[in-house]
Design a protein around this ligand. Sequence first.
Ligand code: HAM
Length: 418
Amino acid sequence: MKYSAPKGTRDILPSEIFMWQKAARTFSDICHLYGYEEIRIPTFEDTNVFQRGVGDTTDVVQKEMYTFEDKGGRSITLRPEGTAGVVRAYIENGMASLPLPVRMFYDITAFRYEKMQKGRYREFHQFGLEAFGAEGPEIDAEIISIVNVFFKKMGLDKISLHINSIGCPKCRKAYNELLKDHFRPHIDEMCEDCRNRFEKNPLRMIDCKVDGEKDIVKNAPRLIDHLCDECRAHYELLKSRLDNMGIAYTEDPNIVRGLDYYTRTVFEFVSENVGTQGTICGGGRYDGLVESLGGSATPGIGFAMGEERFLLEAQAQGVVFDKPDYVKIFFAAMSDEAKDYISKLCYQLRLEGIGCEQDLLGRSFRAQMKYAGKSGVPYMAVIGDEELSGDSLKIKKMEDGTEMTVSKADLIGYLKGI
Ligand code: HAM
């Protein structure tokens, strides 16, 4: 029997992991610069956390969740995203009493039963962050700038920022009536999901995957034209903050986002490269979510970036990540005594933080040399009788074959410097 990874999942191999690690380190370094700290949340939650949090008229909740009953009869769901779980953790751990804003970032796997495509998986990875307790648009602009700094530090450009406002419950109420008036005469032509959404959440009809391209959807009234005064002021100030930082954006009234918790600011970073899955990062404000998950009314905002999509985009833009040489040097032994010497030396070097390797397979001297050539290690040294009795070693640079004689007393300093 030959097993394969389940459909929609993939192995991330040692040969590519350094790119993921570089992105993760860069993201966490930047978050720390902005005052965010890491949170780790469970991979699964009580199903209600997502049903109430993400919203039960969304595709994510209706069609894409991995939900099962555990052996204790509880309904459990593998997280389809991070926000609802972070909000649950914020409430459960009494974090509202911490100095505001409470700012947290994460690096998680998420699970959605979706149709496999380039850049779309059933298990995928997200970097994200959430901030609680800040109501004004300054933080909206600040978290958008975090994504920009990340792309810049990773060497990517040509990713455009699209922003929109989808208002608050106050302007949404009036707008929903407008939308219903617009769709009502055509409701029989709409798909079954849209017919259900019509009463419960007409805004969802706008990004329907089935009806989205129909003129009736394209010509629907736009929420951005019907914002209340407070939401309009929030949006205008966000734009001026972005202008002030020199962050370019496109106003895109069609962004509604696929999750129900959003209010006011929504944004997406979109590329032309990742096939049909062009959205690399998406986020926005969710001022009602903490309350709807049982906490006290608290404004919130965040985003998540698809790591697979980010790396596909980096590849498409020709960004090259350097693979770090963790192991600097291989020591080849010419005798059993040399092996003893090397194993002690390697132990001491590793205590000093120097990556090194020795033969672990009982290879002949020739085979050790062959291994050193193939393994990609940047330096090697041969240990024979002369090196055992003498005061120095010859360190060979594999790239060009040049050799350097280094005294044993200076070896640690020398290896730290190369
Ligand atoms: P989302 O737009 O559902 O938002 O997902 C964010 C990003 O995750 C997407 O832009 C995409 O890059 C990636 N992504 C989503 N689904 C898949 C998939 N099946 N395969 C590969 N990548 C995928 C959220 O998840 C919100 N929690 C973001 C947020 C945080 N909003 C506020 N705070």
